[in-house]
Design a protein around this ligand. Structure first.
Ligand code: LHQ
Length: 262
Protein backbone atom coordinates (compact mmCIF):
# COMPACT_ATOMS: atom_id res chain seq x y z
CA UNK A 1 0.00 0.00 0.00
CA UNK A 2 1.27 3.53 -0.78
CA UNK A 3 2.39 5.45 2.28
CA UNK A 4 0.25 8.54 2.85
CA UNK A 5 3.18 10.38 4.45
CA UNK A 6 6.74 9.67 3.32
CA UNK A 7 9.31 10.05 6.08
CA UNK A 8 13.05 10.24 5.39
CA UNK A 9 15.81 11.19 7.81
CA UNK A 10 19.08 12.54 6.39
CA UNK A 11 21.63 15.01 7.78
CA UNK A 12 19.47 15.54 10.86
CA UNK A 13 16.47 16.62 8.75
CA UNK A 14 13.30 14.56 8.94
CA UNK A 15 11.49 15.22 5.66
CA UNK A 16 7.76 14.50 5.85
CA UNK A 17 6.01 14.48 2.48
CA UNK A 18 2.22 14.41 2.35
CA UNK A 19 1.58 11.77 -0.25
CA UNK A 20 -1.93 11.58 -1.73
CA UNK A 21 -1.10 13.61 -4.84
CA UNK A 22 -4.21 12.57 -6.82
CA UNK A 23 -6.30 14.22 -4.05
CA UNK A 24 -3.94 17.21 -3.68
CA UNK A 25 -2.79 15.54 -0.44
CA UNK A 26 -6.18 15.94 1.28
CA UNK A 27 -6.27 14.33 4.71
CA UNK A 28 -7.86 10.98 5.31
CA UNK A 29 -7.61 9.19 8.64
CA UNK A 30 -4.51 7.26 7.66
CA UNK A 31 -2.68 10.41 6.59
CA UNK A 32 -3.62 12.16 9.84
CA UNK A 33 -2.13 9.33 11.88
CA UNK A 34 0.97 9.09 9.71
CA UNK A 35 1.67 12.83 9.97
CA UNK A 36 1.18 12.76 13.70
CA UNK A 37 3.56 9.79 13.96
CA UNK A 38 6.12 11.76 11.96
CA UNK A 39 6.00 14.72 14.33
CA UNK A 40 6.02 12.39 17.33
CA UNK A 41 9.20 10.82 15.95
CA UNK A 42 10.68 14.31 15.63
CA UNK A 43 9.96 14.82 19.34
CA UNK A 44 11.36 11.46 20.43
CA UNK A 45 14.41 10.96 18.21
CA UNK A 46 17.47 13.03 19.15
CA UNK A 47 18.82 12.33 15.65
CA UNK A 48 16.09 14.59 14.26
CA UNK A 49 17.27 18.20 14.56
CA UNK A 50 14.87 19.83 12.07
CA UNK A 51 11.75 18.87 10.16
CA UNK A 52 10.89 19.70 6.56
CA UNK A 53 7.20 19.36 5.67
CA UNK A 54 6.09 19.37 2.04
CA UNK A 55 3.63 17.77 -0.36
CA UNK A 56 3.97 15.35 -3.26
CA UNK A 57 2.74 16.37 -6.70
CA UNK A 58 1.29 19.72 -7.74
CA UNK A 59 -0.37 20.64 -4.43
CA UNK A 60 0.73 21.03 -0.83
CA UNK A 61 -2.53 20.00 0.87
CA UNK A 62 -6.23 20.57 0.13
CA UNK A 63 -7.33 20.16 3.76
CA UNK A 64 -9.73 17.48 4.84
CA UNK A 65 -10.73 14.85 2.28
CA UNK A 66 -14.29 15.94 1.58
CA UNK A 67 -15.10 12.58 0.02
CA UNK A 68 -14.71 10.91 3.40
CA UNK A 69 -18.05 12.15 4.66
CA UNK A 70 -20.25 12.43 1.63
CA UNK A 71 -23.54 13.98 2.87
CA UNK A 72 -25.33 12.37 -0.08
CA UNK A 73 -24.92 9.05 1.71
CA UNK A 74 -27.43 10.20 4.34
CA UNK A 75 -27.15 9.41 8.06
CA UNK A 76 -26.68 11.82 10.94
CA UNK A 77 -24.55 14.94 10.57
CA UNK A 78 -20.90 14.21 11.39
CA UNK A 79 -19.27 15.53 14.56
CA UNK A 80 -16.50 17.64 13.04
CA UNK A 81 -15.47 18.83 16.51
CA UNK A 82 -14.54 15.23 17.21
CA UNK A 83 -12.47 15.14 14.01
CA UNK A 84 -10.56 18.22 15.14
CA UNK A 85 -10.07 16.92 18.66
CA UNK A 86 -8.97 13.49 17.47
CA UNK A 87 -6.88 14.29 14.42
CA UNK A 88 -5.95 17.91 13.72
CA UNK A 89 -5.45 19.38 17.17
CA UNK A 90 -2.93 16.81 18.46
CA UNK A 91 -0.79 17.33 15.34
CA UNK A 92 -0.97 21.12 15.63
CA UNK A 93 0.10 20.88 19.25
CA UNK A 94 2.99 18.60 18.31
CA UNK A 95 4.23 21.08 15.68
CA UNK A 96 4.07 24.04 18.04
CA UNK A 97 5.55 22.23 21.04
CA UNK A 98 8.41 20.60 19.10
CA UNK A 99 11.53 22.43 20.28
CA UNK A 100 13.26 21.93 16.94
CA UNK A 101 12.76 24.03 13.80
CA UNK A 102 9.98 23.03 11.41
CA UNK A 103 10.41 24.29 7.84
CA UNK A 104 7.46 24.06 5.47
CA UNK A 105 7.89 24.04 1.69
CA UNK A 106 4.51 24.88 0.19
CA UNK A 107 4.84 23.42 -3.28
CA UNK A 108 1.37 24.28 -4.58
CA UNK A 109 -2.14 25.03 -3.39
CA UNK A 110 -2.68 24.95 0.38
CA UNK A 111 -6.39 24.99 1.21
CA UNK A 112 -8.46 24.75 4.37
CA UNK A 113 -6.68 22.93 7.16
CA UNK A 114 -3.80 22.38 4.70
CA UNK A 115 -3.14 26.13 4.61
CA UNK A 116 -3.29 26.41 8.37
CA UNK A 117 -0.96 23.49 9.03
CA UNK A 118 1.57 25.21 6.75
CA UNK A 119 1.18 28.50 8.62
CA UNK A 120 1.71 26.72 11.96
CA UNK A 121 5.23 25.72 10.92
CA UNK A 122 8.19 27.85 12.00
CA UNK A 123 9.61 28.97 8.66
CA UNK A 124 7.40 28.76 5.60
CA UNK A 125 8.71 28.97 2.05
CA UNK A 126 6.34 28.76 -0.88
CA UNK A 127 6.74 28.38 -4.61
CA UNK A 128 5.57 31.53 -6.37
CA UNK A 129 2.67 29.64 -7.96
CA UNK A 130 1.38 28.43 -4.57
CA UNK A 131 -1.87 29.83 -3.15
CA UNK A 132 -3.28 29.84 0.36
CA UNK A 133 -7.05 29.43 0.53
CA UNK A 134 -9.19 29.64 3.65
CA UNK A 135 -11.64 27.39 1.82
CA UNK A 136 -13.86 26.80 4.86
CA UNK A 137 -16.37 29.54 4.01
CA UNK A 138 -17.08 27.84 0.69
CA UNK A 139 -18.53 24.83 2.51
CA UNK A 140 -20.09 26.48 5.55
CA UNK A 141 -17.27 25.77 8.02
CA UNK A 142 -15.00 27.91 10.16
CA UNK A 143 -11.19 28.18 9.96
CA UNK A 144 -9.57 25.39 11.95
CA UNK A 145 -6.15 23.80 12.47
CA UNK A 146 -5.27 26.95 14.42
CA UNK A 147 -6.11 29.25 11.48
CA UNK A 148 -8.48 31.59 13.32
CA UNK A 149 -5.70 32.13 15.88
CA UNK A 150 -2.70 32.42 13.57
CA UNK A 151 -4.36 34.53 10.88
CA UNK A 152 -5.67 37.02 13.42
CA UNK A 153 -2.33 37.23 15.20
CA UNK A 154 -0.13 37.41 12.14
CA UNK A 155 -2.27 39.50 9.83
CA UNK A 156 -4.58 41.38 12.20
CA UNK A 157 -8.35 41.33 12.04
CA UNK A 158 -8.98 43.15 8.74
CA UNK A 159 -6.95 40.79 6.57
CA UNK A 160 -7.78 37.69 8.63
CA UNK A 161 -11.48 38.35 8.33
CA UNK A 162 -11.36 39.15 4.63
CA UNK A 163 -9.43 35.97 3.82
CA UNK A 164 -11.64 33.78 5.99
CA UNK A 165 -14.97 35.30 4.99
CA UNK A 166 -14.32 35.44 1.24
CA UNK A 167 -12.11 32.32 0.85
CA UNK A 168 -10.22 34.33 -1.75
CA UNK A 169 -6.89 32.71 -2.68
CA UNK A 170 -3.81 34.52 -1.40
CA UNK A 171 -0.80 34.15 -3.70
CA UNK A 172 2.58 33.21 -2.28
CA UNK A 173 4.19 36.56 -3.04
CA UNK A 174 1.41 38.52 -1.35
CA UNK A 175 1.53 36.06 1.58
CA UNK A 176 5.23 36.88 1.97
CA UNK A 177 4.58 40.61 1.62
CA UNK A 178 1.95 40.36 4.38
CA UNK A 179 4.28 38.41 6.65
CA UNK A 180 2.15 35.25 6.64
CA UNK A 181 5.11 33.28 5.32
CA UNK A 182 8.86 33.83 5.23
CA UNK A 183 9.55 33.79 1.49
CA UNK A 184 8.14 33.14 -1.97
CA UNK A 185 10.73 31.58 -4.25
CA UNK A 186 10.80 30.36 -7.83
CA UNK A 187 8.91 27.06 -8.03
CA UNK A 188 11.94 25.21 -9.39
CA UNK A 189 14.14 26.50 -6.55
CA UNK A 190 11.71 25.70 -3.72
CA UNK A 191 12.85 22.26 -2.65
CA UNK A 192 16.57 23.02 -2.94
CA UNK A 193 16.18 26.17 -0.93
CA UNK A 194 13.93 24.60 1.71
CA UNK A 195 16.23 21.62 2.11
CA UNK A 196 19.33 23.81 2.38
CA UNK A 197 17.59 25.86 5.08
CA UNK A 198 16.43 22.75 6.97
CA UNK A 199 19.93 21.26 6.77
CA UNK A 200 21.56 24.40 8.08
CA UNK A 201 19.06 24.55 10.96
CA UNK A 202 19.69 20.86 11.68
CA UNK A 203 23.40 21.62 11.95
CA UNK A 204 22.64 24.44 14.40
CA UNK A 205 22.55 24.64 18.20
CA UNK A 206 19.31 22.67 18.54
CA UNK A 207 18.75 23.38 22.22
CA UNK A 208 19.15 27.14 21.72
CA UNK A 209 16.98 27.10 18.61
CA UNK A 210 14.28 25.19 20.47
CA UNK A 211 14.35 27.65 23.35
CA UNK A 212 14.16 30.52 20.85
CA UNK A 213 11.04 28.98 19.34
CA UNK A 214 9.55 28.60 22.83
CA UNK A 215 10.25 32.25 23.64
CA UNK A 216 8.85 33.70 20.45
CA UNK A 217 5.68 31.66 20.82
CA UNK A 218 5.38 32.68 24.47
CA UNK A 219 5.48 36.36 23.47
CA UNK A 220 1.92 35.97 22.16
CA UNK A 221 0.60 35.55 25.70
CA UNK A 222 3.27 37.10 27.97
CA UNK A 223 3.58 40.63 29.27
CA UNK A 224 7.00 42.23 28.79
CA UNK A 225 7.81 41.47 32.43
CA UNK A 226 6.93 37.82 32.02
CA UNK A 227 8.88 37.67 28.79
CA UNK A 228 11.99 39.19 30.40
CA UNK A 229 11.80 36.56 33.13
CA UNK A 230 11.38 33.81 30.59
CA UNK A 231 14.33 35.10 28.51
CA UNK A 232 16.44 35.02 31.68
CA UNK A 233 15.49 31.40 32.35
CA UNK A 234 16.00 30.28 28.76
CA UNK A 235 19.33 32.08 28.48
CA UNK A 236 20.45 30.41 31.69
CA UNK A 237 19.60 27.04 30.17
CA UNK A 238 21.20 27.88 26.80
CA UNK A 239 24.33 29.13 28.54
CA UNK A 240 24.80 25.73 30.13
CA UNK A 241 24.69 23.90 26.80
CA UNK A 242 27.67 22.29 25.12
CA UNK A 243 26.76 24.12 21.93
CA UNK A 244 27.11 27.50 23.62
CA UNK A 245 30.64 26.60 24.76
CA UNK A 246 31.41 25.36 21.25
CA UNK A 247 29.97 28.51 19.64
CA UNK A 248 32.11 30.82 21.74
CA UNK A 249 35.21 28.64 21.41
CA UNK A 250 34.80 28.52 17.62
CA UNK A 251 34.41 32.30 17.52
CA UNK A 252 37.58 32.82 19.54
CA UNK A 253 39.47 30.29 17.42
CA UNK A 254 38.15 31.90 14.21
CA UNK A 255 36.66 28.65 12.87
CA UNK A 256 33.19 27.30 12.08
CA UNK A 257 31.38 25.86 15.10
CA UNK A 258 30.47 22.18 15.16
CA UNK A 259 27.21 22.04 17.03
CA UNK A 260 25.97 18.73 18.38
CA UNK A 261 22.50 19.81 19.37
CA UNK A 262 23.25 19.54 23.09
C1 LHQ B 1 -10.07 16.68 -3.18
C2 LHQ B 1 -9.96 17.72 -2.25
C3 LHQ B 1 -10.49 17.52 -0.97
C4 LHQ B 1 -11.13 15.41 -1.61
C5 LHQ B 1 -9.07 18.38 -4.11
N1 LHQ B 1 -11.06 16.35 -0.69
N2 LHQ B 1 -10.65 15.55 -2.85
C6 LHQ B 1 -11.89 19.78 9.35
C7 LHQ B 1 -12.76 18.95 10.09
C8 LHQ B 1 -13.50 17.97 9.44
C9 LHQ B 1 -14.04 18.03 8.26
C10 LHQ B 1 -13.97 19.10 7.37
O1 LHQ B 1 -12.84 19.82 7.22
C11 LHQ B 1 -11.97 20.22 8.11
C12 LHQ B 1 -10.97 21.17 7.66
C13 LHQ B 1 -10.91 21.49 6.22
O2 LHQ B 1 -9.85 21.36 5.67
S1 LHQ B 1 -12.29 22.09 5.44
C14 LHQ B 1 -11.68 22.54 3.84
C15 LHQ B 1 -11.56 21.33 2.94
N3 LHQ B 1 -10.93 21.70 1.72
C16 LHQ B 1 -11.54 22.35 0.73
O3 LHQ B 1 -12.67 22.77 0.82
C17 LHQ B 1 -10.78 22.50 -0.57
C18 LHQ B 1 -11.41 21.67 -1.66
N4 LHQ B 1 -10.62 21.72 -2.86
C19 LHQ B 1 -10.63 22.77 -3.70
O4 LHQ B 1 -11.32 23.74 -3.50
C20 LHQ B 1 -9.79 22.67 -4.93
O5 LHQ B 1 -9.48 21.32 -5.16
C21 LHQ B 1 -8.47 23.46 -4.79
C22 LHQ B 1 -8.78 24.96 -4.80
C23 LHQ B 1 -7.70 23.10 -3.52
C24 LHQ B 1 -7.56 23.13 -6.00
O6 LHQ B 1 -8.28 23.32 -7.19
P1 LHQ B 1 -7.71 22.73 -8.56
O7 LHQ B 1 -6.27 23.07 -8.67
O8 LHQ B 1 -8.63 23.17 -9.63
O9 LHQ B 1 -7.76 21.13 -8.41
P2 LHQ B 1 -9.06 20.19 -8.44
O10 LHQ B 1 -10.19 20.82 -7.73
O11 LHQ B 1 -9.28 19.72 -9.84
O12 LHQ B 1 -8.55 18.95 -7.54
C25 LHQ B 1 -7.74 17.91 -8.07
C26 LHQ B 1 -8.27 16.61 -7.53
O13 LHQ B 1 -8.13 16.61 -6.12
C27 LHQ B 1 -9.75 16.43 -7.82
O14 LHQ B 1 -10.01 15.07 -7.99
P3 LHQ B 1 -10.36 14.47 -9.44
O15 LHQ B 1 -10.59 13.02 -9.19
O16 LHQ B 1 -11.56 15.20 -9.94
O17 LHQ B 1 -9.13 14.74 -10.27
C28 LHQ B 1 -10.40 16.90 -6.54
O18 LHQ B 1 -11.68 16.35 -6.33
C29 LHQ B 1 -9.42 16.39 -5.51
N5 LHQ B 1 -9.50 17.17 -4.27
N6 LHQ B 1 -9.34 18.81 -2.82
N7 LHQ B 1 -10.39 18.51 0.03
Amino acid sequence: MTETVLAALADGVLTLTLNRPDKLNAFNEEMHLALRAGFQRAHDDAGVRAVLLTGAGRGFCAGQDLGDRDPRNGGPAPDLGHTLETFYNPTLRLIRSLEKPVVCAVNGVAAGAGANIAIACDIVLAGKSARFIQAFARIGLVPDAGGSWSLARILGEPRAKALALTAEPLGAEKAAEWGLIWKAVEDEALMDEALALARSLAAGPTLGLGLTKRLIQAAAVNSLDQQLDQERDCQREAGRSTDYAEGVTAFLEKRKPEFRGQ
